[in-house]
Write a new protein. Structure first.
Length: 115
């Protein structure tokens, strides 16, 4: 069974930073296009950052210039560096393939930004 494990969330004040991590023992991230998604209460899950196998990145307008997606092939881990966080970034964050999620969702990691 394919597993995606997200970590690194927490409570942070507006303007702060967090770095999220996503690991998997069964998906090789370097040969897949991976993405970070988020789902805020009462809203649909949205894709906020994508990293292709050739390291091309793409971001939702709402996070452009503040978030950065990266990958460590040796650790088979995908990261999301989040800077200048805003209360509207509060959500559960998930990783999966992108732009289509091909695998089951992990438990996600909660990010809460206080004003």
């Amino acid at each position: 069974q394919v597993q995606l494990v997200e970590s690194g969330g927490g409570l942070v004040q507006a303007g702060g930073s967090l770095r999220l991590s996503c690991a998997s023992s069964s998906i090789i991230f370097s040969i897949n296009s991976m993405g970070w998604y988020r789902q805020a209460p009462g809203k649909q899950r949205e894709l906020v950052a994508t990293l292709t196998s050739t390291r091309t990145t793409n971001y939702a307008d709402s996070v452009k210039g503040r978030f950065a997606i990266s990958r460590d092939n040796a650790k088979n881990t995908v990261y999301l560096q989040m800077n200048s966080l805003k209360p509207e970034d509060t959500a559960v964050y998930y990783c999966n393939t992108a732009p289509r999620s091909l695998y089951g969702w992990g438990q996600g990691t909660q990010v809460t930004v206080s004003s």
